[in-house]
Design a protein around this ligand. Structure first.
Ligand SMILES: NC(=O)c1ccc[n+]([C@@H]2O[C@H](COP(=O)([O-])OP(=O)(O)OC[C@H]3O[C@@H](n4cnc5c(N)ncnc54)[C@H](OP(=O)(O)O)[C@@H]3O)[C@@H](O)[C@H]2O)c1
Length: 233
């Protein structure tokens, strides 16, 4: 299951995982508007990509998505919490920053991940080697933070990293491996046109890394290639 699969990295990851032979549940909050995702589902063999309505901010929507998923699969091998928002311009000063932007960032990037992950635990628990992959960001690295930008987004991704560690500790004894992964700086609506990576390049690396995650990786923060050397909490 990939959340935020309507566009950007999520959509590319759906295509990548499908090309690797996975059955992919693609979560999108407005499936009828997700043209790229619909095209991907049509191009794939029938039953390879299933589009599921999923708004990570809504209990009702997440409950519906779990029910739909349970009607299609017996177990979930991987949950990729990819849906994310970057609600600010980025260069606001503390005095000018609308504080509700913190709520927007946290409601999707942190609370949404907790909501979706706990709802999918029964399906994850039914898999042989289940994993939860939280798509984080270098912007969430506290030790690397030197600039005065991106208050809300950075704070939310740092919180996501802590959520990752906490969930990893709770879920490891249940056999569910939880990690955080950064996708790199990618040309999407969020990443902007200057980013060096295409969505396909990022998704190719992420797909390989997701497949390789094993129980000893629980609670780690990886780059898209599965290395911990270039990322820091
Ligand atoms: N691009 C980068 O350089 C970069 C770098 C580091 C980390 N990341 C992370 O990578 C992930 C994907 O980013 P992206 O660049 O692909 O962003 P994007 O192009 O802006 O796409 C964001 C995705 O999240 C979905 N989303 C937003 N709110 C949602 C909600 N409430 N429920 C369900 N889905 C929701 C969007 O759906 P709608 O189409 O419905 O809006 C869209 O599919 C994010 O977690 C982001 O923080 C990106």
């Amino acid at each position: 299951m990939v959340t935020g699969a309507s566009r950007g990295i999520g959509l590319a990851l759906v295509r990548e995982l499908a090309s690797r032979g996975c059955h992919v549940l693609a979560g999108a909050r407005h499936p009828s508007e997700a043209r790229g995702l619909q095209a991907a589902a049509c191009e794939a063999k029938p039953g390879v990509i299933d589009i599921v309505a999923l708004d990570v901010r809504s209990d009702e929507s997440v409950r519906g998505a779990v029910e739909e998923a349970a009607g299609k699969v017996r177990a979930l091998d991987a949950l990729v919490n990819n849906a994310g928002v970057f609600p600010e311009e980025g260069d606001e000063r503390l005095e000018d920053l609308p504080l509700e932007l913190f709520e927007e960032a946290f409601s999707v990037n942190v609370v949404g991940v907790a909501r979706v992950t706990r709802a999918f635990l029964p399906l994850l628990g039914a898999a042989a080697h289940p994993r939860v992959v939280n798509i984080s960001s270098l912007a969430g690295s506290i030790s690397r933070k030197e600039d005065a930008r991106h208050y809300c987004y950075s704070a939310s991704k740092a919180a996501l990293n802590m959520l990752t560690r906490t969930m990893a500790a709770e879920l490891r004894p249940r056999g569910i491996t939880v990690v955080a992964v950064t996708p790199g700086w990618v040309r999407t609506e969020m990443g902007g046109p200057q980013a060096p990576l295409t969505v396909e390049e990022s998704a190719r690396s992420l797909g390989r890394t997701i497949e390789r995650i094993s129980p000893q990786d629980a609670g780690h923060f990886f780059d898209r290639d599965g290395s911990t050397a270039s990322v820091a909490w």
